[in-house]
Design a protein around this ligand. Sequence first.
Ligand code: AMP
Ligand code: MG
Length: 397
Amino acid sequence: MITVEEAEEIVLAQSKSYGTQNLPFEQALGHVLAEDIKADRDLPPFNRVTMDGIAISYKAIEQGITSFKIKATQAAGEQPLDIYTIDECIEIMTGASLSPSLDTIIRYEDLEIDNGIARLLITDIRQGQNIHQKGKDKKEGGVVAIAGQLITPAIISLAASVGKAEVLVKKQPRVMIISSGDELVDVADTPSAFQIRRSNNYTVKAVLAQHGLVADMLHIPDDPDATRQQIQHCLQNYDVLLLSGGISMGKFDYIPQALQDLDVEKLFYKVLQRPGKPFWFGRHNNGTLVFAFPGNPVATFMCVHRYFLPWLNVTLGLPVKNNIYARLANDFIFTPALKYFLQVKLSYTPQAELFATPVEGNGSGDFANLADTDAFMELPLDRSEFKQGEVFKVHIF
Ligand code: AMP
Ligand code: MG
C-alpha cells in the first residue's frame, strides 16, 4: 500500500495538455485562457467624464471666473461639444467623451443652476478632476489578461470591452462519471426496502461543475460482461473515467478485473488513508486515465477533491491549492496507521487565525455530515493523538 503523498505524486505525474480550442467569450467562464487578450484601442478610448455636471476649461478658474453660461448639453455617446470662450461650459453626463477644449468637470452637487447659468458653490477645484483620462488603464495593444489565467467574470468583462468575441482556451479533458452497483436506483425511482438512490455520480458532477467542467454520467450494473463492455466504450471516447464503487473485495466488485482485461495499467491500488483506502488508479495505453474511487460517498467525495481536482489544475496549468493550514480546535484521537481525513468546520478568530472544529460523522458512509462541514483536515499517518492548537493542512470544499 502506498501513502497519500506517493499516490498524489503518481496521479500528478499523469497530467498532460489536451490542446486548445476557440470558444465564444460568453461560454468561456471557468476555462483557462490560452492566449493573451490585448486592448484593441486605448482604455478608456477617450477622456471619459465620470460625474454628471458641467465641463469647463481650467483657465477660467485661474482667471477667477465662478459662473458659466451653459452653451449646450452633451449626453454619453454623443459627439464631443466645444466651447468658444472660457466663460462658457457644456452640461455633460457621465460616460461622455470630453472635447480637447475642456479639461475639468464640476459635479451638479457643487453647482447652482439658474436661467442657463451655472454658478460654482466650491472654490477647491483641481484641473482634470472627474475625468478618466484616455489610455489611463491600458494603451492600445497592452495585455489586459494573460494566457494561463482562469477566466473569471472580470475577464469576461475585459473580453467584452476589447471586442474579443472568441477566445482561445485550454481544452478540458472529456470526463465520464461512472457509478456501479445493483443496489442503486436513479433519483426519480422509488427504492425498494433494500435499495438506495445513487448520489455519488451527481456529487462528482457537481464538484466538477464548480470547477467549470461538464462531465457525462453512466451507471453500470454489477455484471462482469456489462462492466467490461461499457468501460471499454468509455475508454475509447473519454480522456478520464471517474468511477465510484465496485473496486473493493466484494464478490460483485467486477471493476478491477474489467480494467485488467481491458489493458488498463494499474498505477496503484489502495492508499494508506481513511476514507478511501481501496482507491484504484490506472492508465489505458491510449492515454485515458481511470480514477476508481471506493463507493462510500464520503470516500468518493474526498478522493475527488484530494486527487482529481489537483490533477485537473496541473493539467490546465493552474496552481494546486494545497497550502492552506488550520489549527485543530479540539484534541482528537485516531489510532489506525492511516492518514485520516477529518471532516471539519472552519472559522476565523478575530486575530485572523483559521480554526478547524472536528464534526464527527459515522464513518465514510456518512454523507449527511458533509453538509455541516467545509473541509477535510489531513491528520498525519504516523501519529494517533492530535492536540488542540496543532496546525495541519486542510482541503476546503
Ligand atoms: P462499493 O465500493 O461498491 O462496495 O460501495 C460501497 C458503499 O457505497 C455501498 O454501501 C454502496 O451502496 C455505496 N455506493 C456505491 N456507489 C454509490 C453511489 N453512486 N451513490 C451512493 N452510494 C453509493
Ligand atoms: Mg458496489
